[in-house]
Design a protein around this ligand. Structure first.
Ligand SMILES: [Zn+2]
Length: 145
């Protein structure tokens, strides 16, 4: 398993590589695996990648009527996150592309909420520390809606 991009340095922007990244389903990215591991430890039962729900959420907790998206900070534009950099070249092109991602995410969230789902977004940078991640998930999931 090769890592998709270095975690500590700025993401490299190579059009060929990004085309490949788009083509490869990101369904078993490491951040998602970390979220699943913590949920499991907390005793939550969940399902993965349920088709037919808007946006095909990464993790679904049917009993809690909750879906979780595990978002990469870079592609999904985590606000004020140091991983959410913008390339110095072809800036407009990338901004448009990023905007489309953000708009799509917002639309899917709305659709899910209209269907009565609680939508939780966990950002990649929030999965780096297991204890923090556990506290975060616990607090999200025990908050009544
Ligand atoms: Zn982030």
């Amino acid at each position: 398993m090769t890592s998709r991009r270095p975690t500590s340095t700025k993401p490299t922007i190579d059009p060929v590589r990004s085309r490949i990244m788009r083509a490869v389903p990101q369904s078993h990215s490491k951040p998602e695996v970390r979220v699943r591991r913590v949920l499991h430890r907390l005793g939550y039962r969940f399902r993965l990648h349920v088709k037919g729900l808007p946006g095909t959420p990464d993790i679904i907790l049917p009993k809690h009527r909750t879906v979780i998206f595990v978002h990469g900070c870079y592609w999904h534009r985590h606000e004020e996150c140091r991983y959410s950099t913008t390339p110095k070249t072809r800036t407009e092109f990338w901004k448009e592309k990023f905007n489309r991602n953000v708009e799509r995410d917002a639309r899917k969230r709305e659709e899910l909420e209209e269907l009565g789902w609680r939508v939780i977004t966990i950002w990649e940078c929030e999965t780096k520390n297991d204890n923090d991640l556990e506290a975060r998930l616990r607090s999200y999931l025990t908050t009544k809606i």
